[in-house]
Ligand binder design. Structure first.
Ligand code: ATP
Length: 265
């Protein structure tokens, strides 16, 4: 039977983690889980605290974009972390890798990552990651790691979700238990966070999962558009794009949009 009772106390009690999800707060409806997590982080909630919602009425993606999730349909989860500032770039990688692991442990699907923050199945977007941090005088006060994963609904029935999106239930043809997914996600996230803190090259596993590398892409940043081959990434997550004139453009995961495009000729 599909285990979909998100506020079940069994989530925390059977969770095999040291700190992520030990303080787990479920809300039936919030503005956005990142918003609630940020408020709680400012008030001093411990690291690893996890905010979970059945519904968001102001779900956000990057650059103020909207994240759409009908009530009860998705995994909407935000986690408060307090790593060293130097580790902040690896958080988006840890979250994306943890999401692919969760998908692959709960379904027979293979998941990949579109640089910088999307999780995909066969080139279709199934989830997005939003990392927001607060920094004061060179110190990271906290980071909030938000994930929205399309689980049990048909994104094609929603005009405000791009037609290139999918959900896990669309891909496998039946509902998937969100509790199973959530546990797998939290456990995998802790694994990657601890690995990163221990100096393991988490970014290399992230690079291996990137479907973007080797593709011709169009990068938009404000009014500037760059096209070229997505050649490689480095440990900070910066993407290297080789234009047809041989020039290399470096793209950081901030305010840029990446699309697959047709190579010239
Ligand atoms: P893109 O993935 O298009 O390059 P982005 O990475 O900036 O954009 P995100 O921050 O991941 O975008 O999320 C916001 C965008 O995702 C929205 O502008 C919309 O196009 C798309 N979107 C919104 N809701 C969903 C959803 N449930 N599933 C898939 N895509 C969605």
């Amino acid at each position: 039977m599909t285990n979909d009772n998100l506020f079940s106390t069994t989530i925390s009690s059977s969770l095999k983690t040291l700190f992520i999800g030990r303080d787990l707060r479920y809300f039936d409806s919030v503005t956005s889980t990142n918003e609630v997590a940020r408020e709680l982080a400012r008030a001093g909630i411990p690291e690893g605290a996890t905010i979970l919602a059945n519904h968001q009425d102001a779900g956000r993606g990057r650059m103020g974009r909207t994240w759409v999730a009908p009530p009860g349909s998705s995994l909407l989860v935000s986690i408060v972390l307090r790593p060293a500032l130097a580790e902040v770039n690896s958080l988006i990688m840890a979250a994306a890798l943890a999401t692919t692991r969760a998908i692959e442990s709960a379904t027979p699907l293979r998941a990949s990552i579109k640089w910088p923050n999307d999780v995909e199945i066969d080139g279709k977007k199934v989830g997005g990651i939003l990392v927001e941090s607060e920094i004061e005088r060179g110190q990271l006060l906290f980071a909030v790691l938000g994930t929205g994963l399309n689980v049990n609904f048909n994104p094609h029935e929603h005009a405000d979700i791009p037609p290139t999106a999918t959900s896990l239930s669309n891909e496998v043809g039946h509902p998937i238990g969100r509790v199973t997914l959530l546990r797998a996600y939290l456990e995998a996230l802790e694994h990657y966070c601890l690995a990163s803190r221990g100096g393991a090259p988490v970014w290399q596993e992230w690079r291996d999962r990137l479907e973007t590398l080797g593709k011709w892409v169009r990068l938009t940043s404000g009014d500037s558009v760059t096209e070229g081959w997505a050649e490689d990434v480095d440990s900070s997550g910066t993407l290297y794009i080789r234009q047809s004139n041989g020039q290399i453009t470096k793209a950081r995961a901030g305010e840029v949009t990446l699309r697959l495009a047709q190579p010239p000729g």
